[in-house]
Design a protein around this ligand. Sequence first.
Ligand code: CP3
Length: 344
Amino acid sequence: MSKIFVDACFGKETPYTPVWMMRQAGRYLPEYMKVRAEAGNFLNLCHDPKKACEVTLQPVDIVGVDAAILFSDILVIPDEMGMDLEFIKGEGPKFNDPIKDESELERLIGGDEAASKLTYVYETIKLIKEQLAEDKALIGFTGAPWTLATYMIEGQGTKTYNICKKMMYSNPELLHKILAKVTEVVKLYMEKQIEAGIDVVQIFDSWAAAIEPSKYDEFSWKYMVEIADYLKAKYPHIPIIMFPKGIPSFLDSVYGNFDVFGVDWSTPMTLAKEKLGDRYVLQGNMEPCRLYSKEATTTSVEEIQNIMGTSRHIFNLGHGILPDVPVENAKHFVSECQRVSRKS
Ligand code: CP3
């Protein structure tokens, strides 16, 4: 059966514009909180294929999105490269052993050895595929090498990225070695996700905006394109979505062999359409905080629909849903997207 989500990624005609929400499996759902409590903590949940499968399917059943996104985290990649990941309550992710120099990089596990350790992810994908309705797509994902490297170098989330940037300007060779090593693992990791059954790939460059525009290609985009080239050469039927967050000035320089460009909420959809709409299907881009109000949500969905028309578009938020959004409002967003874009 053809999946309208996959068709839409390739720019084919679909009965309506499909919709999903970034970070749609998570804390705003009481059903998620229950499973997470049973798992004990977030990482246990990622490591348990049965539970990860269950929370992946929740937003499809409860909110009605057209695609599921694999439940996992981008940071399981550096974790399996040998870094020591912890999720600290109220603080977020933390690596206790950030990379400071070349010798620490060399100790990290690379290539197929690291990608082969993520078996629980591949198991989760197989379970999801057994249970997901045939007309719904499963999105697999990775962090962009740059976004992953920010955590590997800083050890945690950061406002200033000063440790990464010190490396960028004073030892760019080391930063490139880190990015290249992560890129190799990500290529094989995504290949194994595809072999396990995902239908679509999304690459999250959540911290793209930390890089000055003239350096963005060198330190992030070219590695994302390298991953896309590798996957497209082997799996041309799998659509690839690139999501670099918060870099409208880069729209003029976008290149690469991928299918969908994810537009974040700070970039006007009209601008993205003008610059990229002929070359890529566009995804996005409602400001996620509009989900606090049903009226504000409907207004935005209609505006986006007016700009994008009924093809070459996938509805989504312009970044992740927040934990205190009422479930009713998330359902409203999804049904409004499907309503305004239905063709008959
Ligand atoms: O539906 C989904 O998208 C769920 C799968 C998913 C998670 N993380 C689960 C998660 C995905 C696709 C991610 C990606 C991710 N992880 C990104 C890129 C996407 C983005 O939002 O920009 C980033 C930067 C991370 C790293 C990360 N993971 C942070 C910074 C945090 C703490 C902040 C936060 O959102 O809580 C996490 C934890 C995390 N990852 C949670 C979930 C559901 C919350 C953990 C919990 O249940 O307490």
